[in-house]
Design a protein around this ligand. Structure first.
Ligand SMILES: Nc1ncnc2c1ncn2[C@@H]1O[C@H](COP(=O)(O)OP(=O)(O)OP(=O)(O)O)[C@@H](O)[C@H]1O
Length: 763
């Protein structure tokens, strides 16, 4: 819903350009503004009296449903997966907000700063002077148009019945008609806009009819939540009003152009006031953020981080409250980089990979060529990252070279694995055979986790030390102490017990899911477990089930119990190796001394855990391990929940960015488009013209003395209101400062969606 204020009420009629002001309605048909008014092919009635027009503004009159639906829903983004989740911004605010709602339409009204209020007062005083000299009735306020060269100043001079300047909102109940001209932060210039920023045309706050004091937020007389329009029913015949598709425009008749400033109750447009360029002080954003119309978009404003999250962060600097923490950023960047790596020519030649393998392309090797799969399996194997042809998603492909599938019966097991979904198991997606590599290969497709390391690489690889220097501060023991030396292994210092328990909890969780699904891991080995950040996952499930499949066995799952017991033994060996940080520690001859070492360095619980898994004469179960983990489970849960809190907070910040980015993409795809459907004025006319002015308001606001006014918060806030389709209004000004337009963000949003849909439909 918008109101169009053309500063067509010239103070100096001699300055009138008869071409610019057409005799019928004062708007030249070829002007951009006229094209906006005529948009949507709505016939613009001529000679339509202001009285008639105001009768349309009855707050009781329901808005046609289809009109409402134009702006109510969050229109779908051009990203196909976007889900419509926008709240209903037209829900009527509670009546007790009435006084604030009254100023709903005029952005910045409610939050006048002292400076802005002072400016408004000055403007009012000047306007009063102008009114007193006007030949029209001194009892009614005058409306004067600013001359073309001078920006308009609209202010209030008297305390009679208020006047409506702007149009009925889409939902009258939601935004009662603005019956008081409220003061706005003076705005300036091309970018001059509503109360948030700019300078230029000043809409002075109407004096309260009850108090007569300028700048107060008193509701005007006659305002009822759902009652009759407070708008006066008599207006000068020299002012035309038109309702075009729900938007009300005001413009002068030819009469008005030849007459003195037209009195329209309280409103005076004072072209002569020295403050016509606005005041240099702009209302701080905070001054407008509290308006009730703002409530309509508050869901679209990032409220800042939660205190619990700030307390959790190592740095409590202000920047960490608004930007993603450095550590998280670099982790994500590193993962992205790995995920986007492509082979150079030398690598491509070395690997000689096919362009396509089944439904996948862009293969990228994750290891040097042709590794033997595993000690137990003598087949050579390779691991690649690849991209799915249709979804574009990246997967991890494990290829078994020269492997012929003996029987498709093993597909039963494949299906069981595909169904297994667990955060500690890399999920199998599909299995296929292919000749794309020039041999018979079997390919298993898994989820891909960029930046993963095998447990072997992470914990069992000698750390490169410069000049045999070992960092004495590594590890838990006091540096340079005897214990510190004892706790050092070739692969680095012993791991903190909490790290070992964290790995244990994750592995037992994954194993429990596997065993409960009636399967066995079979390769519980440090090369077949991957670590991504702090997450540990079984990475090669199902391979053994295929390669060791016996097509003659009556029941392929007959031996699963035995394999599950083997899994538990393998888990015990792995934990012992981790605790000693040495793979040799689990060799038969070393086991006892390794357990002694665990006894010396770690808790009895950890020792008992390992001993239990090594005790093979009893039937063991993964669920029996839970009591041994005990209360450590709560510590782990707490750590994970803290991490979730932090990540959710980051998500909230980044959600804002994503949303604002998409609006900017739309705006910029429309603004200044040189040509659309052979129409080189497309981006300059109709809805697009409004968007252009809004763009100027967003980015090109200037101070009174013409300096750029840059305020990130202003941009963010306005974009948020636009995205929410707030009913709050913004005052836009044409670049030549000839026209002022007051428009709600809802209307702007509508324009944006329409214009963008037009673009999209022609792509
Ligand atoms: N699902 C996955 N997502 C991302 N990277 C993975 C995934 N699975 C394995 N990797 C990575 O691929 C590489 C090769 O994995 P692989 O399991 O073959 O380890 P490996 O040490 O080469 O074992 P082997 O010596 O038995 O071949 C490793 O760097 C591993 O981190």
């Amino acid at each position: 819903m918008s109101t169009f204020l053309n500063n067509f009420f010239p103070a100096d009629t001699a300055a009138m350009d008869p071409i610019f002001f057409s005799p019928t309605n004062g708007i030249p048909s070829e002007s951009k503004l006229a094209t906006y008014m005529n948009r949507q092919n709505v016939a613009t009635p001529t000679g339509y009296g202001l009285n008639n027009g105001f009768s349309l503004l009855n707050l009781d009159s329901p808005l046609p449903v289809n009109k409402k639906s134009q702006v109510t829903p969050q229109s779908p983004e051009f990203i196909p997966t976007r889900i419509n989740s926008s709240p209903n911004f037209y829900a009527p605010p509670p009546y007790h907000n009435g006084p604030m709602q009254l100023t709903n339409g005029l952005n910045g009204v409610n939050g006048l700063t002292a400076a802005a209020a002072a400016a408004a007062a000055a403007a009012a005083a000047a306007a009063a002077a102008a009114a007193s000299t006007a030949p029209t009735s001194s009892t009614s306020a005058a409306v004067a148009a600013a001359a073309a060269a001078a920006s308009s100043t609209v202010t209030v001079t008297a305390s009679s019945a208020p006047i409506a300047i702007s149009g009925a909102p889409p939902n009258p109940a939601a935004a009662p008609f603005v019956s008081s001209m409220s003061a706005q932060t003076p705005l300036k210039g091309r970018g001059g806009g509503g109360g948030v920023g700019g300078g230029g045309a000043i809409l002075g706050r109407q004096e309260s009819p009850t108090t007569g004091s300028l700048g107060e937020k008193s509701p005007p007389h006659g305002m009822t939540p759902h009652g009759a329009s407070p708008i006066p029913t008599t207006l000068p015949t020299s002012v035309h009003q038109e309702n075009v598709g729900g938007t009300i425009y005001f413009y002068p008749t030819a009469n008005a152009q030849n007459s003195q400033p037209v009195g329209v109750n309280n409103v005076v447009v004072d072209a002569t006031h020295p403050a016509h360029h606005g005041v240099s002080a702009v209302a701080p954003l905070s001054s407008v953020s509290g308006v009730p119309s703002g409530l309509l978009y508050t869901g679209h404003v990032y409220p800042g981080p939660a205190s619990n999250v700030i307390a959790m962060q190592p740095k409590t600097q202000l920047e960490s409250a608004f930007f993603i923490p450095d550590e998280m950023r670099s982790e994500i960047l590193a993962r992205n980089e790995i995920s986007n790596l492509i082979m150079d020519a030398a690598e491509a030649a070395q690997h000689a990979l096919p362009l396509d393998v089944d439904n996948y392309h862009a293969l990228y090797p994750l290891e040097p060529p042709a590794q033997p799969l595993h000690a137990k399996l003598t087949l050579p194997a390779s691991t690649y990252r690849a991209t799915h042809n249709t979804t574009g998603l990246k997967y991890c492909l494990r290829r078994l070279h020269g492997f012929r599938l003996q029987s498709t019966k093993c597909m039963t097991l494949v299906e069981m694995w595909k169904k297994l979904q667990h955060t500690n198991v890399v999920q199998l997606r599909e299995v296929f055979t292919t000749k794309a590599f020039g041999d018979n290969s079997l390919v298993l497709v898994y989820d891909y986790y960029p930046g993963s390391q095998t447990l072997l690489a992470k914990y069992f690889t000698p750390t490169p030390e410069t000049n045999n220097y070992t960092d004495p501060f590594q590890g838990e023991a006091r540096p340079f102490s005897h214990k510190s030396n004892m706790q050092r292994t070739n692969n680095g210092p012993l791991l903190p017990e909490s790290t070992i328990w964290s790995i244990i909890m994750q592995l037992t969780a994954g194993l429990r899911a596997i065993h409960q699904a009636g399967l066995a891991c079979k390769v519980l080995d440090p090369t077949k477990i991957i670590v991504t950040g702090k997450r540990v996952r079984f990475s090669s499930c199902c391979i053994s089930d295929i390669t060791q499949f016996d097509p003659n066995a009556a029941n392929p799952l007959a031996l699963v119990n035995m394999h599950q017991q083997d899994d538990l033994t393998a888990l015990g060996r792995l934990v012992l190796a981790l605790a000693c940080r040495c793979l040799q520690s689990v060799q038969r001859d070393n086991v006892q001394s390794s357990i002694d070492m665990v006894t010396r360095n770690y808790s009895t619980d950890l020792r008992n855990f390992i001993v239990y898994l090594f005790t093979t004469n009893n039937r063991r179960s993964v669920t029996d391990l839970m009591p041994m983990i005990g209360a450590r489970f709560y510590t782990q849960l707490d750590a994970l929940q803290s991490q979730i809190d932090m990540q959710e907070d980051e998500l909230a910040k980044e959600m804002e960015n994503g949303r604002l980015y998409r609006i900017l993409v739309k705006l910029n795809s429309i603004n200044e488009r040189p040509d659309f459907n052979l129409d080189c004025t497309w981006s300059e006319t109709g809805d697009r013209y409004m968007l252009k002015l809004f763009r100027d308001y967003l980015f090109h606001s200037v101070t009174e003395d013409g300096r750029p006014w840059l305020d990130h918060a202003h941009i963010v806030q306005c974009l948020n209101k636009l995205d929410a389709g707030s009913l709050e209004r913004v005052q836009l000004m044409s670049r030549d400062e000839q026209s002022v337009l007051i428009v709600s963000y809802a209307e702007l949003k509508n324009c944006l969606e329409n214009a963008f849909s037009e673009l999209m439909s022609s792509t």
